[in-house]
Ligand binder design. Structure first.
Ligand code: FES
Ligand SMILES: [Fe+2]
Length: 437
């Protein structure tokens, strides 16, 4: 994929209009097909991925069936509290291990009693003759897990797992973070692209009192400037939007390889991390972690969108009920008529693009440069993995497991401020490990 080229006016198509498609069908498939042994799936498997929230697997609780990257697995905690992720079908005759018994330092199949530990070792085969060593020759599919920051992460790739990146949001203690996840009926990629597509915010998410005087005025021009740049971890986006009171809103948001975003979401004392994890090619879990660096979390406020979800992390307003869009609300209350919940608004927009968006039919504008840069990086990384090279932002050196240049920022400054220089100074302070605030 060539580097993005912008027309002389800074807008319009990124490729000659005779060839207005942005991705080829093959490129789109490389990015969105994620099963085992696919190019896109092989890239995602080079990184730790969330398999569940910790709260889904309480100590002493039932095993949890998990579909992750098109693989059917079962997550359980052994009697020591250690999480294990195994192939869901028993190595004996294929029974579903999520119905198994958690006992005797492992997970025991209810069909004939075979017992597995978290490493996939078969510890017992009670139907075999006494003294049989058959169990020693059975090795069940098992993936390494680590529990950090309220998430259970798994590594589905080959070889020695890399380090779990020491992101700030994974270090926050429970009182300073709020974790949830939301089911999304679409490819992980298009939802993640929405995180760097900031120009949608004052449209899709506009409700009365948020982003301007009234939803009906949202069709005014949005004078937002977005400047993406490549970094070691992914893509940083500097953003500026003028406000009506002689100030400008500035932001720094980040795409982190290969399916994570770190965005301000209106926070100064922390940020929101959004991890879009494929269930399969056409659905994913959106894991969201909000955290504070210093203040305890207001759990009631942070959790209020859970009121819009079922206990199994599905949105009450969803594709099946057309998100309960309200045309009356659109006249004065909410631009999209989808209520007040960001999650519902985003789901309507990204699921509406189709299970896998056909990116051969897009017409990208100047505000889509970050999306193009992300796709370029992902396609290059897929090529690296296919060629046997290490994927970018895979961390193996403990001394390199910190990310001072990964700054998430939001600040309103006077319009006379050189906002680029202002944000660059914040990044430089962060890199020098000085508090940028
Ligand atoms: S199928 Fe699991 S023990 Fe036989
Ligand atoms: Fe959004």
């Amino acid at each position: 994929m060539p580097a993005p080229a912008i027309g002389p006016d800074g807008g319009g198509c990124f490729r000659p209009c005779a060839d207005a498609t942005v991705l080829t069908r093959e490129e789109n498939e490389r990015l969105t097909i994620v099963g085992p042994h696919t190019p896109g799936g092989e890239l995602l498997r080079r990184y730790w991925q969330p398999a569940a929230l910790s709260e889904e697997l309480p100590p002493g609780g039932a095993p949890l069936p998990v579909r992750l990257l098109c693989e059917d697995l079962v997550l359980f905690r052994d009697e020591h509290g250690q999480p294990g992720l195994l192939g869901i079908h028993c190595a004996h005759r294929g029974a579903d291990l999520s119905y198994g018994r958690v006992e005797d330092a492992g997970l025991r199949c209810i069909y004939h009693g075979w017992l597995y530990d978290i490493h996939g070792r078969c510890l017992e085969q009670p139907g075999e003759p006494a003294g049989s060593t058959f169990h020693e020759r059975v090795r069940h599919l098992a993936y390494p897990c680590q529990e950090v920051g309220g998430l259970i992460l798994a590594y589905l790739g080959p070889g020695t797992p890399p380090l779990v990146p020491a992101y700030e949001f994974l270090q926050a203690p429970v009182e300073r973070r709020f974790n949830t996840k939301i089911y999304q009926e679409c490819s992980y990629l298009q939802a993640n692209e929405g995180n760097t597509d900031s120009v949608h915010v004052p449209f899709l998410h506009r409700v009365a009192g948020r982003w301007g005087p009234s939803p009906s005025s949202a069709t005014r021009r949005i004078e937002m400037v977005m400047e993406p740049e490549e970094t070691e971890f992914g893509v940083r986006v500097l953003r500026m939007e003028p406000r009506t009171d002689d100030t400008v809103q500035t932001n720094i948001g980040n795409f982190i390889m290969p399916n994570l975003s770190a965005i301000p979401a209106g926070r100064r004392d922390g940020y929101e991390a959004v991890w879009h994890v494929p269930i399969d090619d056409e659905s994913h879990w959106k894991y969201a972690v909000q955290f504070n660096r210093s203040q305890p979390m207001d759990r009631e406020r942070e959790g209020d969108h859970r009121a819009e979800m079922t206990a199994d992390y599905r949105l009450l307003r969803n594709r099946a009920n057309r998100y309960l869009q309200d045309r009356e609300e659109m006249k004065g209350q909410a631009f999209a008529g989808l209520g007040n919940c960001f999650q519902t608004q985003d789901a309507c927009a990204t699921e509406g693009q189709g299970a896998i968006q056909d990116r051969t039919q897009e017409h990208l504008g100047s505000t889509d440069r970050a999306i193009l840069l992300i796709r370029t990086m992902l396609l290059r990384a897929i090529g690296d993995v296919q060629a046997g090279r290490e994927a970018p932002h895979v961390v193996r050196d403990p001394a390199a497991n910190h990310f001072p240049n990964l700054l998430v920022w939001t600040e309103r400054v006077p319009a006379s401020t050189d906002w680029r220089a202002h944000l660059r100074a914040k990044i430089a302070a962060c890199e020098a490990q000085v508090d940028p605030g």
